[in-house]
Design a protein around this ligand. Structure first.
Ligand code: NDP
Length: 327
């Protein structure tokens, strides 16, 4: 019988939280033999705290055998106490008339506070996944605010873009989505991200050769993946939540339990790989083993790919320069 691990989730009463918590509690993230204690954070606002109470009642009513405890918090200093995993989902959405700089500043404040709290009270091995947007920059801010924790413990979610890309490729090529290997997404979790299937294979054969359509790549595939979030808002009247929660589960599961040699995409602080400046949190292909990830190195970057990588990097540098004075 394994000892329970502590999983903190912020924005726990939000849409993504509602699609996420039940799956964590049922063992889909950390394994069907791993008990979990949920440490849930919501803003002190009465409405949010009440909504959180309702979610907790539903979690209790599922009688999940692996759910060893549930806590409700309004302060990150208690929510992150001894936590082994932290899924930072809550973030400030863009309000009416809010400029980009205001949005960055509002989130910088949240993620500075949360980084400091993780630094002070979390497990020294805490694995942090930032989902709340702008996710890469928020992860960078939290990392910079937690100087006593290893910087590689801070990651941002690019997995939804990765999964979206896999599903589009499967539909185009008539592949089974689970057969697609060695796919990746470079850069920022934003429409500038670069989904790259040049190295992808299906049953050992090149996906690029099978599709063999650069115009489709440029004019259909990349825009479809990049604008998928907006397409879901247009269709559903609400932003994607279940697929975002699913990607968060995939990201954490693969990080914790290993990708068995497969590539997955994670937003991680660069050490200078592929010319990305150190500490920029960037989507890279990684493999994972024993709770650690490793960036796949030595891939050939052609001119088209370099252009795309430069564009998404420029956007991220703009965001991270915009918050530098706040760190
Ligand atoms: P959601 O649960 O739908 O989204 C939460 C965050 O995830 C948003 O920043 C959202 O970005 C981001 N996100 C990342 N990827 C995706 C994706 N593919 N699809 C959709 N969203 C994505 O938001 P809710 O408003 O329902 O819930 C947020 C909760 O967080 C609220 O309960 C609120 O009280 C709480 N909150 C907590 C804060 C804190 O911890 N201090 C601060 C502010 C809010 P985007 O906005 O770009 O859609």
């Amino acid at each position: 019988n394994k000892k329970p691990v502590r999983v903190a989730v912020t924005g726990a009463a939000g849409q993504i939280g509602y699609a996420l918590l039940f799956r964590i509690a049922s063992g889909e993230m950390l394994g069907k033999d791993q008990p979990v204690i949920l440490q849930l954070l919501e803003i002190p606002d009465e409405k949010a705290q009440n909504a959180l109470k309702g979610v907790i009642m539903e979690l209790e009513d599922c009688a999940f055998p692996l759910l060893a405890g549930i806590e409700a918090h309004s302060d990150p200093m208690t929510a992150f106490k001894d936590t082994d995993y932290a899924l930072l989902v809550g973030a400030r959405p863009r309000g009416p008339g809010m400029e980009r700089a205001d949005l960055l500043a509002a989130n910088a404040q949240i993620f500075t506070a949360q980084g400091k709290a993780l630094n002070a009270v979390a497990s020294r091995d805490v694995k942090v996944l930032v989902v709340g947007n702008p996710a890469n920059t928020n992860a960078h801010i939290a990392m910079k605010s937690a100087p006593d924790l290893p910087r590689e413990n801070f990651t941002a979610m690019l997995r939804l873009d990765h999964n979206r890309a896999a599903s589009q490729l499967a539909a185009k090529g008539g592949f089974k989505v689970g057969d697609i290997k060695h796919l990746t997404v470079w850069g920022n979790h934003s429409p500038t991200m670069y989904a790259d299937y040049r190295f992808a294979t299906v049953n050992g054969e090149s996906v690029k050769d099978k599709i063999n359509d650069q115009a489709w790549n440029k004019d259909v595939f990349l825009p479809t993946v990049g604008k998928r979030g907006a397409a879901i808002i247009a269709a559903r009247g609400l932003s994607s939540a279940a697929s975002a929660a699913n990607a968060a589960i995939d990201h954490m599961r693969d990080w914790a339990l290993g990708s068995k040699g497969e590539w997955v995409t994670m937003g991680v602080p660069s050490n200078g790989e592929y010319g990305i400046p150190k500490d920029i949190v960037f989507g890279f292909p990684v493999t994972t083993e024993n709770g650690k990830y490793k960036i796949v190195e030595g891939l050939d970057i052609d001119a088209f790919s370099q252009e795309r990588i430069d564009a998404t990097l420029a956007e991220l540098q703009g965001e991270q320069d915009g918050v530098k004075h706040l760190l």
